[in-house]
Ligand binder design. Structure first.
Ligand code: UDP
Length: 239
């Protein structure tokens, strides 16, 4: 597989074309941004850790029957993935109230709701990824009600599998963000990284965050947290 032109440079990844129209190459970056690029930094070793973590998590989901874009890890910082047509929404799955939900609704961070909460956000840097609902998504022509139902069902299945995996690693999966695409046959594909950049991960014992909140909230030991997650996941998967 040959790496060809750069298709897109994101905040934490570069996406390249390959000599197959069905494959793309993802290269993780050490860059970290928050609050829509207002806060920026470089976190040493993040690309390597995120590549390792996303490889383990997406590989585990593939093995458990979830259709993800992940094909294989190519080197320490890059992955070969399926090319898909992206659906321009972010799905946020919440098991514990934190972050924007805590702030917006005035609920204490750490509150555990009885149900799993699914947020839908429109992917738009200009608009700041606004929260939308199913009716907005249908009106915008993003997905039909049936397709949204499939997206929620798949997100719930992903959540169940991830909660189980992270529990084995002594980590409470608080929330995470995922994106989907459609493959060449129209099938739904999970097409996103799953890393401490996009998940809230709290140590079960201490409640300490092991994720990007350490960077967002200037808590220090960011690199160490990502390394800890990679190590614990590796142990959990090899138990
Ligand atoms: N998240 C993300 N990308 C985004 C927005 C959120 O990866 O553009 C992740 C975030 O890391 C957290 C979860 O989604 O794990 C919920 O984020 P929230 O809505 O609470 O927003 P935040 O507090 O990060 O502004």
């Amino acid at each position: 597989m040959k790496q060809l032109e750069l298709l897109h440079e994101g905040k934490s990844k570069m996406i390249y074309a390959t000599d197959s129209a069905e494959r793309i190459m993802i290269r993780f970056k050490n860059d970290a941004t928050a609050f829509y690029n207002i806060k920026r930094a470089t976190i040493e070793n993040k690309a390597k850790m995120n590549c390792a973590i996303s490889t383990m998590v997406l590989g585990y989901l593939n093995d458990n029957g979830v259709n993800t874009h992940f094909v294989e890890r190519l080197d320490e910082e890059s992955q070969l993935c399926k090319a898909v047509k992206h659906i321009p929404v972010e799905v946020i799955v919440r098991n514990v109230v934190a972050g924007s939900m805590a702030k917006r609704l005035g609920i204490a961070e750490g509150t555990v709701p009885e149900n799993t909460i699914f947020d839908l956000c429109l992917r738009s840097d200009e608009l700041g990824d606004p929260l939308i609902n199913d009716h907005h998504a249908v009106a915008l022509g993003i997905a039909s009600y049936e397709e949204l139902a499939e997206i929620y069902e798949t997100s719930a299945r992903i959540n169940t599998l991830l909660v189980e995996l992270y529990a084995k690693a002594g980590i409470n999966l608080v929330d995470f963000k995922i994106e989907f695409g459609r493959g060449s046959r129209g099938e739904l594909v999970l097409a996103d990284e799953l890393t401490p950049d996009t998940c809230r991960l709290w140590d079960v014992e201490s409640g300490e965050p092991l994720d990007k909140d350490r960077f967002r909230r200037d808590m220090g030991r960011v690199r160490e947290a990502y390394e800890e997650v990679a190590m614990r996941l590796n142990n959990a998967l090899n138990k």
